[in-house]
Write a protein that binds this ligand. Structure first.
Ligand code: KDG
Length: 352
């Protein structure tokens, strides 16, 4: 008798679960990408994109996400809704990227450095001093080799739709002005969770520690770390000046963002919807890059207005930095594959 009840209970649970279904569980689709009901009648069930980022709602990255939402909802006539979450509300870069792989979130836009933990080719874009300026970065990232590296994500249950801009990274700290390489000595610097960044700052004499962006502000406030490195926009808009006294134009890495979509969600879209979300990500990305560049120098002035002391790193000191980190670049070039790395450097040369 007990066995009968157990079987009936299991059948009931399975029925309830199948009736609920998931937010975006891919079911049978007609050619229009609409779900097919069991009787074959197609439905244009609304799809929801949960898009999360780590930066706050003041940053151009969030304004770019709102632009993406506007375009997608307009062009799909509301068939796809975009929910936007900022300030790490859905987790840090690693957590959100894993959520895309599991299908419990649809979009996130991390820096390439944390993404390199999922596909190591992305570390190439964190090679110090790879890009001389934003224009060259755009040409390489939007060109053949940049697009080829995005394709590496498909085997990781991720789709890289395009690149956005985080920007040139600069060091801040609460201990002393950084004017020369010697000034890095012993500084407890937070880096993104990326071994190349860690090793590069060790070569410069610092004492680096990897940390998710969501933990950084508290760590600076509590003195767990002395400093960090991010573009001026982030330093200003995240109010790092409340916990940091010194900023230098190290400009040691140009950081791209990667607009990531869950592959299971992307594959569940119709061909037309896939084109819409891809074109929207690209258009919103150009908008985000423009916003980020328009105010970048202004952000540095704003930081000085807020009391931060700015130090200029001379060409000679930049040359010393480049020499010190070269062994790290050589090591990662070997690990990633010299052919692909050489292709990126050739693209940088061709773009100048
Ligand atoms: O939204 C992106 C952020 O989570 C992060 O990638 C920003 O550059 C960043 C950092 O220092 O973690």
């Amino acid at each position: 008798m007990k066995k009968v009840f157990a079987v009936l209970f299991t059948v009931m649970i399975l029925f309830v679960l199948s009736a609920c279904g998931g937010n975006n569980e891919s079911t049978a689709k007609d050619e229009g990408g609409n779900n097919e009901k069991s009787n074959g009648e197609s439905t244009s069930e609304e799809k929801v994109i949960r898009a999360g980022i780590g930066l706050n709602d003041k940053h151009p990255q969030y304004k770019g996400l709102l632009k993406f939402k506007e375009i997608v909802e307009e062009k799909t006539d509301g068939a796809i809704k975009v929910e936007t979450y900022h300030s790490g509300q859905l987790g840090d870069d690693r957590t959100m990227t894993e959520a895309l792989q599991l299908g419990s979130q649809e979009v996130t836009i991390p820096s390439t450095a944390p993404l390199a933990n999922f596909a190591d080719e992305f570390s190439i874009f964190d090679f110090p001093f790879l890009f001389p300026n934003e224009e060259v970065a755009d040409k390489v990232l939007d060109g053949e080799v940049g697009q080829k590296i995005l394709k590496k994500l498909e085997s990781k249950d991720l789709v890289g739709l395009t690149y956005w801009e985080n920007g040139f990274r600069d060091v801040t700290n609460s201990k002393r002005p950084i004017k020369t390489v010697e000034d890095f000595k012993g500084l407890k610097l937070r880096t993104m969770e990326n071994d190349l960044h860690l090793e590069a700052f060790r070569e410069l004499g610092a004492n680096p520690t990897p940390m998710a962006f969501t933990e950084l502000f508290t760590a600076m406030q509590q003195g767990t770390v002395d400093g960090q490195e991010n573009p001026y926009a982030t330093i200003y808009l995240e109010k790092f000046y409340e916990a940091q006294d010194y900023v230098s134009n190290t400009h040691h890495v140009y950081s791209p963002f990667v607009f990531l979509m869950s592959k299971s969600f992307y594959d569940g879209l119709s061909a037309e919807q896939q084109q819409i979300v891809t074109e929207a990500a690209i258009e919103a990305g150009h908008y985000e890059r423009d916003l980020n560049r328009e105010a970048n120098q202004q952000y540095l002035s704003d930081l000085e207005e807020e009391g931060m002391e700015y130090s200029e790193i001379s060409e000679e000191e930049h040359a010393k930095m480049k020499e010190l980190v070269q062994p790290v670049i050589d090591k990662y070039a070997e690990e990633i594959g010299k052919e692909l790395v050489d292709e990126v450097y050739q693209a940088v040369e061709d773009a100048q």
